[in-house]
Write a protein that binds this ligand. Sequence first.
Ligand code: UGA
Ligand code: MN
Length: 243
Amino acid sequence: PIIYFVTPTYPRREQIPELTRLAYTLLHVPRLHWLVANDQEKCDTFLDTLLSGFGIPFTHMASPMPSKFRKSKPAPRGVANRRAALLWLQQHNLTNGVLYFGDDDNTYDLRLFSEIRQTQRVSMFPVGLIADYAVSGPVVRDGKVVAFLDSWVAGRRWPVDMAGFAVNLAYMSQYPNVNMPYKPGYEEDLFLRSIGLRIDQIEPRGNNCTDILVWHTQTKSKKSPVVNVESKYLDGRSNLGPL
Ligand code: UGA
Ligand code: MN
């Protein structure tokens, strides 16, 4: 089966380095299709050229966050993107494959890919560097998932991180109402509820969920300052500060 690796991404100064680092991980993975969904109105040529240059089979889509959510705090980050990818998978009737939601800033061990490729329905595994406990993942007894460890359970039936599960497309296609609602914090839970998952069906991966093969790393970000580059460049005194 092919791994459909869905990456939400958005324009900011860290976007190109994040995607570059991720691409050089994905280049090691055979039989992978990269769905890159950019939080923007249109597909831009620059990103398209960058993605083509890596040599990974990919689809580039534009999936802007609806403007009414832009100002909400927290905003539903990456949701419009993942919904666009889900729609693409449905429209192409793809059933022979495994879906994985891989954010552009996480860190992926290559062993993750062989672990998730065998997913029959839904597989789960721990994610490192999540909130206070520094790990989020299933608790396994005798080879079965029996509970979850997560710093923020918040009434969720499936208190897992987006990077902590993979879904078989043939299984998912039995649930035409599959969806990810715009509800910050509850995206994973409500997505997994929409595919009728039962706890006894979950396939624990990574040595019965004892290996961490993906980390929720975050890049220190900085907003681009509004500077008049031209005048700085032309004015030889610009590094002397205001006169
Ligand atoms: C955490 C979870 O790991 C995400 O899976 C979840 O989507 C997110 O929280 C959330 O629910 O808000 P976190 O590191 O806090 O992730 O969020 P980001 O990495 O900033 O964003 C998640 C993904 O959405 C990234 O791939 C990012 O590129 C993308 N994103 C972010 C957008 O497409 N648009 C935005 O405005 C912000
Ligand atoms: Mn992140």
